[in-house]
Design a protein around this ligand. Structure first.
Ligand SMILES: [Zn+2]
Length: 79
């Protein structure tokens, strides 16, 4: 199961895999235990969403940095 929000997928902290399995199928809750299909590392759905949040944050910071850089160095708007 791919856990993703938008185009960001949660990654296993152990092996970097993005395929997870819910231990007890049923309603997916934040506290649901999931395991990585790559290395069997046990984590929770909340942790996976947290990871997505972290990635989204660093991505946002990156594009913000890019914007600032481009703003300074970018071509001047034509009149
Ligand atoms: Zn893994």
């Amino acid at each position: 199961m791919l856990v993703s929000v938008g185009d960001i997928s949660a990654r296993c902290k152990g092996c970097g895999g993005t395929d997870f399995k819910v231990l007890k199928p049923g309603t997916l809750r934040l506290t649901s235990m999931t395991t990585c299909t790559g290395c069997d590392r046990v984590t929770t759905y909340l942790d996976l969403l947290d990871d997505i949040g972290d990635q989204a944050m660093s991505r946002a910071n990156e594009s913000l940095a890019n914007l600032k850089r481009n703003g300074r160095r970018g071509p001047k708007p034509k009149k």
